[in-house]
Design a protein around this ligand. Structure first.
Ligand SMILES: [Zn+2]
Length: 115
């Protein structure tokens, strides 16, 4: 399994997530937002983001890699807020019909603007 395939899986139940949105960010990199659709999972309908560089690699030190922060339940609400905020920054909380949908506010997302 590639790291990308791994990153698409739910951090909790390891089932493949459902792709909810893709945003192109700087220099051809993109962020994909996934939701867990496993009703038995504590992350059901919870989203996470995966950054993919233009060359297809996943940044090693990217905190949006779900495998790098296995969160205890008490931290889940904070994580949900962060995911929601991330979705907001990438315009993914908008109606898909909205012309602003998927437009990243990259100036406000310093952690994905690494060289
Ligand atoms: Zn899950």
């Amino acid at each position: 399994m590639t790291k990308y395939e791994d990153a698409k899986r739910c951090p909790k139940c390891d089932q493949p997530g459902e792709l909810k949105g893709t945003s192109v960010i700087e220099r051809g990199a993109r962020v994909e937002t996934y939701h867990c659709m496993n009703e038995d999972c504590s992350w059901f309908n919870t989203g996470w983001a995966v950054q993919i560089n233009r060359d297809g690699s996943i940044p090693e030190h990217n905190t949006s890699d779900p495998k790098q922060f296995a969160l205890p339940d008490w931290a889940k609400n904070a994580a949900d807020r962060e995911i929601n905020q991330t979705a907001h920054l990438f315009g993914l909380d908008r109606d898909p019909e909205d012309p602003e949908y998927g437009k990243a506010i990259t100036n406000d997302v310093p952690e994905i603007r690494r060289p």
